[in-house]
Ligand binder design. Structure first.
Ligand code: FAD
Length: 398
């Protein structure tokens, strides 16, 4: 008899897991909180590494389709210092397929293919060890049981408490994201600054990164060290009052905190925070549209747990780490590997052994990457901006 398997979350981890099981003709129930695939903006571009995300797509039989969609030229990387001097201008060779970029929406659609995802199914709790297997409770009051539940439900996983008491903590680095549309026609000067891939500018304890997505869309990330509640009192937390750009906000009698819906107030505070940087670099913020606050959280590393039969975790639910270009890659490879192990397990006892072995492998690999990305974040947003350049040189030469 086939095991009843559910995966919670239709992100890169959950979809890759389901797609590889589908390839092996193994049934799987995919339960996703979002009401529809395009219910939220899908987020920025992802670079998929040859030995991680691309290997996962190969296991799903989707590598050729990925190669047709992805942007190898998106690997280009330019590094500037805050006065606009170009410090590095790295371009990939035409045949370089090591880390091509793909839009998240394109990746999601590629993975979705024939999968029958149950949208609008928000899981609230998972209870292993009931008489009929592992119980899944939903926000609408319904419940179902399975033989194995895979938590691929991201940073704030509702499955994680079934195996671990760990919770994400703030890294001390926050990100404010904005974007530009039709950059080649509406902002040709910025299109030239960004090039085919990304541009990164590193200053003291702050950085500005702009990344090209497909269709002339650009995501801009302002990254800086700050207390989590920095936006509640700009003067107390960032010493910004009186700095260029903020005076108008304060003169207008606004509160010392930021209203995220007030685009011009957010823009002024960011411009004050990056005061003194070269005008073409600051134009990335001046011309951005809406702003979204994304403080960076991580799970303790390595994050392991005492194995609990019937439940496991994948991706950010298992090992949330700083966004240095590996989270989705690991999530996908883990999804593919777990699916292959599950498909190869002949009976219930074998299924549990397969999950145990998978967890050991995941913990060892993710632990190393978590260490690497945490150390990387310390250097990318650092009191000594030359650390960011040194990190880039080390990664390029390895
Ligand atoms: C700014 C930024 C840039 C990044 N760039 C890269 C990059 O270039 N390369 C890279 O590899 N990684 C990158 N990452 C990291 C990457 O985005 C994550 O590691 C990756 O998305 C993790 O995939 P996941 O499937 O584990 O989780 P998620 O992508 O978070 O997906 C989880 C899914 O579960 C659903 N869900 C959540 N809760 C519930 C619930 N209770 N019930 C049902 N469903 C639920 C969510 O709606 C979502 O669809 C970046 C991250 C950020 C923030």
């Amino acid at each position: 008899m086939r095991q009843r398997i559910a995966v919670i979350g239709a992100g890169p981890a959950g979809l890759t897991f389901a797609r590889v099981l589908h390839r092996h003709d193994h049934p799987v129930t995919v339960l996703e909180r979002d009401p529809a695939p395009d219910a939220r903006p899908p987020g920025g571009t992802l670079d998929l590494h040859e030995k991680l995300g691309q290997l996962a797509l190969d296991k799903a039989g989707l590598l050729a389709e990925f190669q047709a969609l992805s942007r190898p030229e998106g690997q280009a990387m330019r590094i500037l210092d805050p006065d606009g001097t170009v410090l590095r201008d790295w371009r990939p060779r035409p045949d370089d397929r090591a880390n091509p970029e793909i839009d998240r929406g394109q990746l999601r659609d590629l993975l979705l293919g024939p999968l029958d995802v149950q949208w609008g199914r928000s899981v609230t709790e998972v209870v292993p060890g009931t008489r009929d297997g592992v119980l899944v409770r939903f926000a609408d009051g319904r419940q179902e049981t399975f033989d194995l539940v895979v938590g691929a439900d991201g940073a704030w996983s509702r499955v994680r408490p079934a195996v671990s008491s760990a919770t994400p903590h703030y890294t001390g680095v926050t990100v404010v994201e904005t974007s530009l549309d039709d950059v080649d026609t509406r902002h040709p000067d910025l299109a030239r600054l960004i090039g085919d891939g990304s541009v990164a500018v590193h200053g003291v304890n702050r950085a500005l990164v702009a990344q090209r997505n497909s269709g002339g869309h650009v995501k801009v990330y302002a990254q800086f060290r700050a207390p989590l509640d920095w936006h509640t009192n700009l003067d107390r937390h960032l010493g910004l009052n009186g700095r260029a750009g903020l005076d108008a906000t304060l003169d207008a009698g606004r509160s010392p905190g930021l209203d995220w819906a007030d685009v011009e107030a957010v823009r002024s505070s960011l411009l004050a925070l990056f005061d003194g940087w070269a005008a073409p670099v600051l134009d990335l913020l001046r011309r951005g549209t809406a702003f979204v606050h994304r403080p960076l959280y991580v799970l303790p590393a390595p994050h392991t747990w005492t194995h609990v039969p019937e439940v496991t975790l994948l991706g950010d639910a298992a090992h949330l780490m700083p966004p240095l270009g590996v989270g989705a890659n690991l999530a996908m490879l883990e999804g593919a590997e777990l699916a292959e192990s599950v498909a190869a397990a002949p009976g219930p006892g074998d299924l549990d052994e397969a999950v145990r072995a998978f967890e050991e492998q995941m913990w060892a690999r993710a632990g190393k990457w978590a260490e690497f990305t945490m150390a990387g974040l310390e250097r990318l947003v650092s009191a000594d901006p030359t650390e960011a350049l040194a990190l880039f040189d080390e990664v390029q030469s390895s």
